[in-house]
Design a binder for this molecule. Structure first.
Ligand SMILES: Cc1cn([C@H]2C[C@H](O)[C@@H](COP(=O)(O)OP(=O)(O)O[C@H]3O[C@H](C)C(=O)[C@H](O)[C@H]3O)O2)c(=O)[nH]c1=O
Length: 190
């Protein structure tokens, strides 16, 4: 009922719930705590987020919330398609500063689990793309932070080509990773 695949970053996993297709379309349990828990992915999600991005090439990220309001996120695409990215910023991690990214679409039903301690961001690949994600902590604006999406030390390939991204003012003004004192520490478990 759940297909779980590792990614290039330990701790970040791809999850694809089963779809039951019929002549009407399909049915899928997009989240089932018991099944996730049996797979060792038990998180106490408390908030669901939904955002709609009208234009192709909209970039939202790279965002985080600092402890004690750090958020693990379970991300999926409800409409359209997007390229979803996680960046490890846990001090002491062997993969510190490394990124991994996957195409999440309404069609493929794939979800990305982005643990606390990782930056999260995405770029849209179709107009009117919706992202839906569960979070393990509530919005805490005073703990909200961002790192430049195009930080050369991270080197994310957003697939934008020559297109300038559509960014919020906050994201356009975000600092570089080299000027960031990460509040996250690698626990040595992955
Ligand atoms: C995140 C959030 C925002 N807001 C309000 C605050 C602003 O007035 C408005 C837009 O917020 P923002 O520009 O931070 O939205 P995004 O740029 O989509 O930010 C999100 O995008 C990346 C991809 C993430 O993973 C984070 O969840 C989040 O940082 O929504 C809330 O009321 N609650 C919330 O949880």
């Amino acid at each position: 009922m759940l297909e779980i695949e590792p990614t290039t970053l330990p701790g970040v996993v791809l999850i694809t719930p089963r779809r039951f297709g019929d002549a009407r379309g399909f049915f899928s349990e997009s989240w089932n705590r018991g099944r996730m828990s049996k797979a060792g992915l038990d998180f106490d999600f408390v908030q669901d987020n939904l955002s709609l991005s009208r234009e192709v090439g909209t970039v939202r990220g790279l965002h985080f919330q600092s402890p004690p309001h750090a958020q693990t996120k379970l991300v999926r695409c409800g409409r359209g398609s997007l390229f979803d990215v996680a960046v490890d910023v846990r001090r002491g991690s062997p993969t510190y500063g490394q990124w991994t990214g996957y195409e999440l679409t309404a069609e493929n039903g794939r979800q990305l689990l982005v643990p606390a301690g990782f930056l999260h961001g995405f770029v849209t690949r179709e107009p009117d793309t919706e992202i839906i994600y569960k979070c393990t902590d509530y919005y805490a604006p005073d703990s909200d932070g961002a790192i430049r999406f195009d930080d050369p030390d991270i080197g994310i390939d957003w697939g934008l080509g020559t297109q300038a991204p559509i960014l919020s003012e906050k994201d356009a003004a975000a600092p570089l990773l080299r000027n960031f004192e990460s509040p996250f520490v690698f626990e040595g478990t992955e």
